[in-house]
Structure formats: structure tokens, C-alpha cells
Design a protein around this ligand. Structure first.
Ligand code: ADP
Ligand code: MG
Length: 237
């Protein structure tokens, strides 16, 4: 465990150093800042869901995580809250060189839900969240990305388009989330996902969430996550 964070620290990525891998029982157990705690209270989230109890401490420790839990179990906050902590921990936050947190989801609707959740929790710190999926013209999106952001929530196809026209760079990206990985594969986005992952520094923290774990997704996880911890909640088909 220690080795992973030493490795990352050597390469310049700061991990929060939260070293408790026992499941948390409350949000207070996570050691969140008062800004994050008040955002949680505003959402009326009284206590973490089962997947959050298990995943939050591990993600906060800097480890890669494979999270398997069905729809509606609260996976979004399990990666969005530690992402805010991760971003605020980075020493080069002032330098504007593209997003630090990159979240990929298979559809525009899913990406939009994550975008809204990410906005709620990043507001207190003034972090900028960009939505990179259909809905905005590519020209408008280009301009918005050029203005800078700390978080990108994207569908794979549109993110590749934006990377191609250099609307953003992945130089600063060190926290990558692949959400609904099984659906990403069902929709044929494997090549795009691999291309995006290939453009992000290898010492990133990577999280992969999925409702099911078919072999193809398992194989990708083994290739792109480094020494991940697996968190499973409920029965998984
Ligand atoms: P999943 O990604 O696992 O399908 P979501 O992250 O979309 O699930 O969460 C499902 C719903 O549960 C959302 O409406 C979300 O706001 C709500 N939710 C998430 N965490 C909590 C919590 N700790 N307490 C109460 N509601 C929560
Ligand atoms: Mg989800």
C-alpha cells in the first residue's frame, strides 16, 4: 500500500494520505473539510451508502479502485467527493494546464447527471467543471475548455474530438474515473476509452465503476489500473 503512494509522490502527484482502509460509518469519518461537509448536508445525505462506506476510505487513500454495485447505489459521490479532495491536494492547482479530474461515462444523460453532482460539490472551492458531451456546439465547447477547468465530465467520443483539436491537454490530469464501464463496452467505446487512458500520465489514480464485470471489462481493468482494490456491494451478475 505504502509503495503505491510513495511511487505517486515521487512523480509529483499528491495523494491525500488517508490511510484507513476500514469502511467508514459516517461522512465525518472521512475527514472531509467543512466546505465539503456542508455541501453533503445541503444534499441531505445523512450517511454514506454501502458502496460509499467501503469505497470512500480506499479512494481517499490514493489507491486504484474497482467498484462494483448496481444502479442507484450512490457510486457518483463515491468518486466525486474524493476527487474534490484530490484536486485541492495538488500543489500545482494554480497552473492552468487542463483538468485534474477526468470522468468518462457512456452516455450524455449519465455524464450530465455526474456533471450536476460534480458541480454541487465543487462549488465551495470554485472549481470549474466542464461538460464534454453532445448538447453544446463543438465550437462553444472548444472555447469553454480553452478558458480552463479543473474537472471534465465527458463521453468518450466527444472528449477524443476535443483532444484532437487541442481544446484541452491532459498534462495535469491525475484522477481518472471510468463510470459504467460495462455499458461503455456495450456501446463500443473500448477503443476511445483506451485512447483517452493512453493520454493520461501512468501515475494517475484510476477508478473503474461498473454494475457488472464481464471478462472484457475485467481485462481492461487489469491493464489500466495499478494494483487496484476491489469493492463489491450486493450480488453481481
Ligand atoms: P449510481 O451511480 O450507483 O447509480 P447515484 O450516484 O446516481 O447511483 O445515486 C443514486 C441516488 O442516490 C441519487 O439521487 C443520489 O443523489 C442519491 N444518493 C447518493 N448518495 C446518497 C447518500 N449518501 N444518502 C442519500 N442519498 C444518496
Ligand atoms: Mg452512476
Amino acid at each position: 500500500e505504502q509503495e503505491t503512494s510513495d511511487y505517486r509522490q515521487r512523480l509529483g502527484i499528491r495523494v491525500s494520505g488517508f490511510d484507513v482502509h476500514r469502511p467508514v460509518k459516517t461522512f465525518e469519518d472521512c475527514g472531509f473539510s467543512s466546505q465539503i461537509m456542508s455541501a453533503i448536508k445541503k444534499q441531505a445525505y445523512e450517511k454514506p451508502t454501502a458502496i460509499q462506506c467501503q469505497a470512500l476510505p480506499i479512494v481517499l487513500s490514493g489507491r486504484d479502485v474497482i467498484g462494483i454495485a448496481k444502479t442507484g447505489s450512490g457510486k457518483t459521490a463515491a468518486f466525486v467527493l474524493p476527487m474534490i479532495v484530490h484536486i485541492m491536494d495538488q500543489p500545482e492547482l494554480q497552473k492552468d494546464e487542463g483538468p485534474i479530474g477526468v470522468i468518462c461515462a457512456p452516455t450524455r444523460e449519465l455524464a450530465h447527471q455526474i456533471f450536476l453532482e460534480a458541480k454541487k460539490f465543487s462549488k465551495a472551492y470554485g472549481l470549474r467543471v466542464s461538460a464534454v458531451y453532445g448538447g453544446m456546439s463543438k465550437h462553444e465547447q472548444f472555447k469553454e475548455l480553452k478558458a480552463g477547468c479543473e474537472i471534465v465530465v465527458a463521453t468518450p467520443g466527444r472528449l477524443i474530438d476535443m483532444l484532437k483539436i487541442k481544446a484541452l491537454t491532459m498534462m495535469r490530469a491525475s484522477y481518472l474515473v471510468l463510470d459504467e464501464a460495462d455499458r461503455m463496452f456495450d456501446l463500443g467505446f473500448e477503443p476511445q476509452v483506451r485512447s483517452i487512458v493512453g493520454q493520461i500520465r501512468p501515475d494517475r489514480q484510476t477508478l473503474l465503476f461498473s454494475a457488472t464485470m464481464p471478462w472484457k471489462v475485467e481485462k481492461l481493468a487489469r491493464e489500466i489500473l495499478s494494483d487496484p482494490i476491489r469493492v463489491t456491494v450486493g450480488e453481481v451478475g
